[in-house]
Design a protein around this ligand. Structure first.
Ligand SMILES: Nc1ncnc2c1ncn2[C@@H]1O[C@H](COP(=O)(O)OP(=O)(O)OP(=O)(O)O)[C@@H](O)[C@H]1O
Ligand SMILES: [Mg+2]
Length: 500
């Protein structure tokens, strides 16, 4: 049996499998491309097209093309409504992309894929992880593990082979931004802090360039193309912006030519100009990086190496700001594009070992890896309580940076004498934060509790995190012994995530 690793990127899917020595290798798609664009086109005849062909088809009918799925995971935002009324959410788009990856890997390797490793952003919520598992399940793949993208990228860069170093992994993808700090001591690999921003990615740089080019187009031609009336122009412009951005990562200047309604804009864009357009977005990633270093209680001088991964890290402005912050050069050994997919292979082997199962390639059983990875929780989670000022707040049970897997119990009082039922509301948010500003992960009730006049600590809440950081919450009434477990209310979580 073979267990591929899929880096399910907002912009590009990267797939890797292990060879008989356990080394990861990239699987190209059926067009020979190393990465498959995360694009889905719903053709009028009902066919669903994925990848470069989807983007090409989108030039003719942009309204049938779906890209940028990842930020909508865990929300009920519709990404596409088909002619028959079927609504596609991010999870459905992910399922389509995963099915394409599965078909491709099976065609390339001649083996059936029914188990998979999928890398996810470090700050994915519980619901986003659940939906990733569900999407894979929908297309016939069981998820073995969901390693965090920066951790996988660190493993993929063989950072675990370096003893005693502290490295910063900066991962700027197409839709999301993750940072982790990794400490290696011998074969032990500790993630000591993780953070980032799920709403910063290459697409924001593209949006900024789009604004600038439209302004320029208007000042030259006297009108501004609109997405409603000039959809094909916008589709073509997005391709040209992508090319422009990539060219400016290598060259000092590049040309862009845009046509709309018989008018044109011909422009030379220099790297300086590009940098001035996007500097504030790049600076935001640096602020977040600084925050993660602070969370790790480290001084910048304690960072030994920087591993910059993700396509966005190829931008010279990013390299410049990052090297300026850390006062070090980015590691030359770093593989920016495939590292997360590669690292996912090792994560899969580690998970098999953790479960006491064998990891086989054909008839070969791979030896258990000697690496030990200590992952951490990326968000604080707790329950809703009422504080002394009568405000509903989050009371922390598992803090951010708690090692994963983990289990923690805390005991709470009931709110009033003779109370016979209690609702346990599980929140994601810092300790003491207003409950209204936290993300609700779910809720459950303990009913028919024995009535007591005194208020003693009696409701014991236990949070257990599995190795993928997925949460089970249990509550027990110490007096009656009655207990309940959290049933995740997906609808509630979806709405909350959407509103957040
Ligand atoms: N040479 C380059 N210079 C600048 N940007 C680049 C370059 N190569 C790729 N990119 C940008 O990187 C992004 C894609 O990178 P990557 O494949 O790492 O993202 P992803 O993994 O699909 O997204 P995410 O990690 O957010 O899920 C796109 O925004 C793309 O425009
Ligand atoms: Mg990525």
């Amino acid at each position: 049996m073979m267990i591929p690793s899929i880096d399910a990127g907002n912009s590009r899917f990267k797939c890797a499998v292990a060879d008989v020595a356990g080394n990861p290798k990239l699987i190209t798609n059926r067009f020979g491309e190393p990465f498959t664009p995360s694009a889905v086109f719903f053709a009028p005849d009902g066919e669903i097209i994925v990848g470069t062909e989807a983007i090409n088809a989108g030039f003719v009918e942009p309204s049938r093309l779906v890209v940028n799925w990842k930020r909508a995971m865990g929300t009920d935002e519709p990404l596409y409504t088909a002619d028959d009324g079927t609504v596609y959410h991010a999870m459905d788009i992910l399922a389509i992309l995963l099915k394409d990856a599965k078909d491709n890997i099976e065609a390339k390797t001649g083996q059936v894929v029914n188990e998979v490793v999928i890398t996810v952003p470090a700050n994915y919520t519980d619901l986003q992880k659940q939906q990733t598992i569900d999407a894979a399940q929908k297309v016939g793949m069981k998820v073995l593990t969901l390693p965090h993208e920066p951790t996988a990228a660190a493993l993929g860069n063989e950072l675990y082979k370096q003893s005693n170093s502290t490295a910063l992994v900066y991962d700027l993808g197409g839709g999301t931004f993750d940072v982790s700090i990794v400490q290696t001591k011998g074969n032990v690999f500790d993630i000591i802090a993780t953070g980032g921003d799920p709403n910063i990615g290459g697409r924001d740089f593209n949006d900024r360039i789009s604004e600038k080019l439209l302004e320029e187009f208007e000042s030259v031609n006297g009108f501004r193309p609109s997405e409603d009336n000039h959809a094909i122009f916008f589709q073509e412009m997005s391709q040209k912006i992508e090319q422009l951005k990539i060219s400016l990562s290598v060259q000092a200047q590049s040309q862009v030519v845009l046509f709309c309604q018989g008018k044109q804009l011909q422009m030379t864009v220099t790297r300086e100009q590009f940098n001035s357009w996007v500097r504030d977005i790049a600076e935001k990633t640096i602020q977040k990086t600084r925050q993660v270093i602070e969370d790790a209680n480290l001084d910048i001088s304690q960072i030994d190496e920087i591993y910059a991964v993700g396509g966005g890290s190829m931008m010279p402005i990013v390299v410049e700001l990052l090297e300026e912050l850390i006062c070090k050069k980015i590691s030359k050994r770093c593989e920016p594009h495939s590292a997360a997919a590669f690292g996912g292979i090792l994560s899969g082997r580690l998970e098999k070992q953790h479960r006491g199962e064998k990891y086989t390639i054909g008839n070969v059983v791979l030896p258990a890896p000697t690496t030990i990875v200590h992952e951490i929780l990326s968000h604080t989670i707790g329950v809703l309580t009422v504080n002394e000022d009568n405000n509903e707040v989050c009371s922390e049970i598992l803090s951010k940076k708690t090692p994963v897997p983990s289990i923690q119990t805390k005991v709470f009082q009931l709110g009033q004498p003779n109370q016979t039922e209690v609702i346990i509301k599980v929140l994601e948010g810092e300790d003491g934060k207003d409950a209204g500003d936290c993300l609700t992960l779910g809720h459950f009730e303990l009913n028919d509790l024995p009535s007591r006049a005194d208020l003693i600590g009696r409701i014991e809440v236990t949070f257990s995190l599995d190795s993928n950081g997925l949460l089970t919450a249990k509550a027990r009434d110490i007096v009656s012994g009655k207990e309940e477990q959290m049933q995740i209310d997906y609808d509630t979580k979806t709405k909350q995530a959407d509103a957040a």
